[in-house]
Ligand binder design. Structure first.
Ligand SMILES: *[C@@H]1O[C@H](CO)[C@@H](O)[C@H](O)[C@H]1NC(C)=O
Ligand SMILES: *[C@@H]1O[C@H](CO)[C@@H](O)[C@H](O)[C@H]1NC(C)=O
Ligand SMILES: *[C@@H]1O[C@H](CO)[C@@H](O)[C@H](O)[C@H]1NC(C)=O
Length: 318
């Protein structure tokens, strides 16, 4: 007997996503895990590198999985509308400069407003592979409990679509075409949206004091100088915000097209500094500093534990 319950979500959407750019020849960093949450899953994981763990040996005994729960983020998405707009603004600014790289002047933003924030083709493929991985890992459990699998998602299209493609991958490995309706539970999966205290803390500039300090410190100042020099010998006085947009275009284009001319403005060392800044920011947004960060996720944890309890009770009643 097993209960299988997949919670899918949009969990990390609160992070102002930072993407990490590339150096020199513009695909030197393709496939490398340098892009924080923007690193495509497929750059580091495939569906073939997992084995079935339904039954494992432990301390001389055979343990059999009876329940599995997964919490996933949506797959790769198109940039948000505000990111698309900022990319266009930066492009306009740079195109006005004499002697700017022709590949940048001629650049056409492939990310259009009508697709903003939607799951991309890469994201679809990622979710199929993630579904296949889970299916392979618990094949004997899941193929015998198909009727008891549940999906939950936030109301975001990218999250709902992710659930659909995940099912497709799962079905591929457990030998069935799944079409399980996804239950929308935004309160459970985007709890931070409705948590007033959390949002108050996020709106307080003091929360990001250390992050801001790093952005104006010597390491990041050096990165901004490097990028300015790479763009046009400092002519533009680009700020960190501009550098971040360059890095985002680089990261998104690499994920979508495997190449990006914008990556050539960034070095590996620059990239690592920006990556570190992103870690500081994520730590302020989702780390241990504020108790509310853990407290607001209680309904989600409660849901998981209740399902687990039900399965355990059913097992011991047998
Ligand atoms: C799933 O559906 C496709 C077409 O819709 C069909 O070709 C395939 O045989 C189905 N697979 C299973 C395992 O039912
Ligand atoms: C950049 O900054 C320097 C010194 O602060 C200033 O002289 C120059 O005019 C600025 N250039 C632009 C394009 O704003
Ligand atoms: C990007 O590279 C991957 C793997 O190297 C390949 O499968 C995919 O087709 C490429 N995509 C594009 C848009 O060239």
């Amino acid at each position: 007997m097993a209960g299988s319950d997949y919670v899918r979500g949009d969990l990390l959407n609160l992070v102002v996503l930072m993407c990490y750019g590339l150096v020199g020849s513009n695909s030197d960093f393709f496939g490398r895990e340098l892009f924080g949450v923007k690193t495509p899953y497929l750059w580091s994981r495939q569906s073939s590198d997992v084995t079935d763990l339904t039954s494992v040996q432990y301390n001389g005994q055979t343990c059999r999985a009876v329940y599995v729960d997964g919490l996933y983020r949506h797959g790769a998405r198109y940039p948000l509308l505000k990111q698309i707009n900022r990319m266009n603004e930066l492009h306009r600014l740079l195109s006005g400069g004499n002697g700017i790289d022709p590949s940048v002047v001629d650049w056409v933003n492939a990310f259009k407003a009508d697709k903003a924030a939607q799951l991309s083709a890469l994201g679809q493929q990622e979710m199929v592979v993630l579904g296949e991985r889970l299916g392979s890992r618990f094949q004997s459990l899941l193929s015998s409990e198909k009727d008891r699998i549940n999906f939950y998602s936030s109301a975001k299209d990218r999250a709902k679509d992710s659930a659909t493609y995940f099912q497709k991958g799962l079905g591929n490995t457990i030998g069935t075409n799944l079409s399980i309706p996804t239950t929308i539970d935004t309160l459970m999966l985007r709890f931070y949206d409705s948590c007033k205290l959390y949002n108050k803390i996020m709106d307080n500039e003091k929360t990001f004091e250390e992050y801001d300090k790093f952005l104006t410190g010597p390491e990041m100042t050096n990165v901004v100088t490097n990028v300015n020099n790479a763009v046009l010998r400092g002519h533009f006085n680009l700020t960190f915000e501009h550098v971040k947009i360059i890095q985002q275009i680089c990261a998104f284009e690499l994920a979508f097209f495997n190449t990006s001319d914008w990556c050539s403005y960034l070095s590996l060392a620059d990239l690592e500094v920006i990556d570190y800044a992103g870690d500081i920011q994520s730590n302020k947004e989702g780390g241990y500093r504020h108790e509310i960060t853990a407290q607001m996720s209680c309904p989600l944890l409660k849901h998981v534990l209740q399902q687990m309890d039900k399965v355990v009770t059913a097992q011991s009643d047998r």
